[in-house]
Write a protein that binds this ligand. Sequence first.
Ligand code: TA6
Length: 307
Amino acid sequence: MIYTITLNPTIDRLLFLEGTLTKGKNNRLRKVAYDIGGKGHHGSYAMNQSGVKNQALGFSGTINASKLEKILSDKGINYDFVEVYGKPTRESYVILEEKVGGSILITEKGFNITDYDIGLLFEKIEHKVQREDMVLIAGSVPPGFDLHDLENLLKQLKKIGCFIACDLSGEALKKAVEIGVDFIKPNQFEVQELIPSDGNFLEPIKELSKKIKYVIVSLGKDGSVCSHAGEVHQVSAPTVELVNDTGAGDCFVGTFLASLSLSKSLAECLSLASACAANQVQYNDSTTFNIKDARKLQKEVTVKKLS
Ligand code: TA6
């Protein structure tokens, strides 16, 4: 079983503009839609497309719980949240301009989590997660959940002995590296922060992968680089029409982990993840992709061993 943990849940409000975003004018909307937000939730969606059983854990504010739960149910996500009474789950605003590829993402901070809420989450994890399971912790951490809480969460998972994947950034990513987990997906700037180097990031990720089994650096349309077991692989990304890149990295992570849990080869894990992310950016929401179409794209993906 895979569990995804989204500590800071969000609902994506998709804002479809007439024309392009322009200062000094009333930018009118053609349409508003809602989709799953939160990197762990996106990971769960991707795992579902690969047919891998998983459950989304984390927090949910009771004020708009029905809205979040309807979106998740419509997308087939199995979830079991700690409900935080009297709080609203935040929103991320995904701005999509007419006839322009890509999105502008503006994200609220999220509600404050108390030690009581954190204790309830840790209890759920203790009750559910087994040694043979995989856990993905993804996205930002909410106010009230500090690095000490993250350290406790990671230590709890290490004590259980499950596979720990972290799609985190900033100080949270550094904490994951310090504690030692099995998977991280820094961007090329975060790698430099983790292990400063004057040149490219190949040496730093080789160094990191002595402690962390899988280090994947996402490079957007330029694909990704993976360091594992002393080898570095360059993964291409298929060329597609970019509509909305929101959630592409999450799609990659969820698909990669799903394939890994099925004991697929590293090349298969990487190439299918790259193809699914490429297929996903062709849709105008934050989650949708078609795994059958992605498998056709997968044939274009190259996985080249660099060292
Ligand atoms: O990665 C895309 C996304 O999950 C968006 O859907 C939006 O919800 C945002 O990231 C949330 O990011 P955060 O890092 O705050 O969890």
